[in-house]
Design a protein around this ligand. Structure first.
Ligand code: ADP
Ligand code: 5GP
Length: 216
């Protein structure tokens, strides 16, 4: 593996951009992220490690890499995670190696992680953008959680309670997308990705020099 580059703050500089997306459960994060991954061929999902049990239909190494808690703890000790957190009683973490491999192969990466994980990425990586997805209201959030039909009523009540605390963190993010109309929210998400790619710092200096016949 090639040596890693770091900025003046000691944060790792990856070859691609990390798009970090967080949201209270039920806001529509999965729906929006899936749509984006399908359309944007340069983007790849960071497949997280987790100690939780696979749900019906989930595939190992595609949705998550499912591991035991002792193995997860070993991975923490070996410094293999770019970030990790305990969410709803289970461990979740992003692999450093996967981030380097994917960006090294020319991809940008979508990270679907919780708020604590996002704050760690902010501290450890230079080229990361933070996007928070909000539902239009608490009432709509409840309707979506009920409509999704994947959670029991007491789980939904707990998620709604958590949502209020989580929403307070929107200020730690760079962009907030309100998922009212799905089409509009998706356009907003695509616009964030596009605007990141158009930043002057993303343009290859050697391409500019060669294309415009400029001396060093
Ligand atoms: P999350 O991943 O944030 O928990 P989901 O993507 O699973 O949320 O969305 C929760 C539910 O709301 C799903 O049933 C989904 O189809 C629905 N949903 C998502 N976005 C919208 C939207 N803009 N309008 C109406 N329903 C939506
Ligand atoms: P679920 O188990 O429902 O797929 O995910 C539960 C929560 O864990 C979601 O909020 C999701 O964003 C978060 N999560 C998934 N993978 C990671 C990860 O690698 N790190 C962190 N910090 N959170 C994660």
């Amino acid at each position: 593996m090639a040596a890693t580059k770091n900025d003046r703050k000691g944060r790792e500089v990856l070859a691609g951009t990390l798009f970090v997306v967080s949201a209270p459960s039920g806001a529509g994060k999965t729906t929006l992220c899936r749509k984006l991954l399908k359309k944007d061929k340069r983007l790849r999902l960071s497949v997280s490690y987790t100690t939780r049990q696979p749900r019906k239909g989930e595939r190992n190494n595609i949705d998550y890499t499912f591991v035991t808690k002792p193995l997860f703890i070993k991975m923490i000790e070996r410094g293999e995670f770019a970030e990790w957190a305990v969410v709803h009683g289970n461990h979740y973490g992003t692999s450093v190696k996967r981030l380097r491999q994917l960006t090294g192969a020319g991809h940008d990466i979508l990270l679907d992680i919780d708020i604590r994980g996002a704050l760690q990425i902010r501290k450890n990586y230079e080229n990361a953008v933070f996007i928070f997805i909000l539902p239009p209201s608490l009432k709509v959030l409840k309707e979506r959680l009920l409509g999704r039909g994947t959670d029991l009523r007491d789980v939904i009540a707990e998620r709604l309670d958590n949502a209020k605390a989580e929403i307070a963190y929107y200020k730690d993010y760079d962009y907030v997308i309100i998922n009212d109309s799905l089409d509009r929210a998706f356009r907003d998400l695509e616009s964030v990705v596009l605007s990141m790619r158009l930043r002057a710092s993303m343009i290859s200096e050697s391409w500019v020099r060669t294309s415009f016949n400029m001396r060093k």
